[in-house]
Write a protein that binds this ligand. Structure first.
Ligand code: APR
Length: 318
């Protein structure tokens, strides 16, 4: 059987850790790309040298040359600049400055990978996610099913971890679904959260669930606050690789992803966080679940934020 080829763009914290998880799962051969010379080569070689210990046969190539990415099945895009203080001025970049920089980086990267891997599924991780998925879709010209963003798997994982902790039970027994955008824009659905089939509201009082939802919303900030010099990467990369696995192995997992919705949920042509079936063709299907009025109101608010962000992004890419 031919091995899958996975390209990961960005050999920083998220990208390199994606390579680690993907190799550990033996998902396929991995090409790690970065703009910085030596970084993907060094991390790629280091990871390859762990293979005899861990017992995986994935081949890992670190490179600055897009020719090495040709004919990838899945491309995970993590490149971009994070929101951090300028060491000289001590100032944070403005939201618009950051958006403009990452639009340029993700646009550039997408142009390079799409030309060499015209049949790939693109998984976008770079932030601001809703804008970056739009850029990757526009620049690649790929059909909507082959461009998908990672946010929901991460938020849902944080939520599941906190619930398991509160109940003192295995994380494996928590199944959950969150919709909408990342963090503040998240739409929690405790009605659709279950613990070994038992609805969550039967096991935890409403105020405990509310506190868990609130911690999940602020999950990214909690880690930034602790790390001080960077943002989360173990869970974000594990989330992206779970999506890649579902695609490469055609598992058809139902995962919350930023997927293109037109008629679905009445969104009208934007990438938003919804439950999807992820398989070999990328987003095989968007699943529409019934929402209460309150849940619908939160979802609509989240979609409105995506629309504003995409309008700003359109001005940058023309
Ligand atoms: N081409 C390739 N790589 C690039 C480019 C480019 N044009 N521009 C930047 N990079 C690389 C950087 O050199 C760096 O190695 O992207 C990498 C980003 O890594 P980190 O700064 O460590 O950031 P990380 O924590 O990995 O986050 C990456 O994922 O979760 C999101 O919000 C996060 O948008 C951020 C992204």
């Amino acid at each position: 059987m031919q091995r899958a080829k996975i390209t990961i763009i960005g050999a920083g914290n998220v990208g390199a850790t994606c390579a680690h998880w993907a190799a550990a799962k033996e998902l396929g051969d991995i090409t790690l790309v970065d703009i910085v010379e030596g970084l993907p080569q060094g991390k790629g070689l280091d990871l390859a040298e762990s293979a005899p210990i861990e017992g995986f046969d994935s081949r890992i190539v670190g490179t600055n040359d897009y020719a090495d990415t040709a004919n990838s099945d899945v491309v995970i895009i993590t490149s971009g600049v994070p929101r951090k203080k300028d060491p000289v001025t001590g100032q944070f970049p403005s939201r618009d400055e950051l958006l403009a920089t990452n639009v340029r980086i993700v646009g550039d990267v997408t142009r390079n990978v799409a030309a060499r891997s015209p049949n790939a599924v693109l998984i976008i991780v770079s932030n601001p996610l809703d804008a970056m998925v739009y850029v990757a879709w526009k620049v690649s010209g790929f059909p909507t099913n082959r461009v998908v963003g990672q946010a929901g798997v991460l938020d849902t994982a944080r939520y599941r971890a906190f619930i398991a902790d509160a109940l003192g039970c295995s994380v494996e027994d928590i199944t959950a679904l969150l919709m909408g955008g990342h963090g503040d824009d998240m739409v929690p659905l405790p009605r659709y959260t279950s613990v070994a089939g038992i609805p969550l509201p039967e096991l935890l009082p409403a105020d405990r669930i509310e506190a868990i939802v609130d911690r999940t919303r602020k999950g990214g900030g909690e880690i930034v606050g602790l790390l001080k010099t960077g943002s989360a990467f173990y869970a974000p990369s594990a989330a992206a690789v779970q999506m890649a696995e579902s695609i490469i192995r055609d598992k058809r997992r139902i995962l919350p992803c930023a997927a293109y919705c037109d008629k679905e949920y009445g969104v009208g042509g934007y990438f938003v966080g919804v439950p999807c079936v992820l398989g070999w063709h990328g987003v095989e299907k968007v699943i529409e679940v019934a929402l209460t009025n309150a849940e619908r109101a939160l979802f609509t608010e989240s979609v409105e934020h995506v629309k504003t962000l995409v309008a700003d992004t359109k001005k940058l890419i023309g």
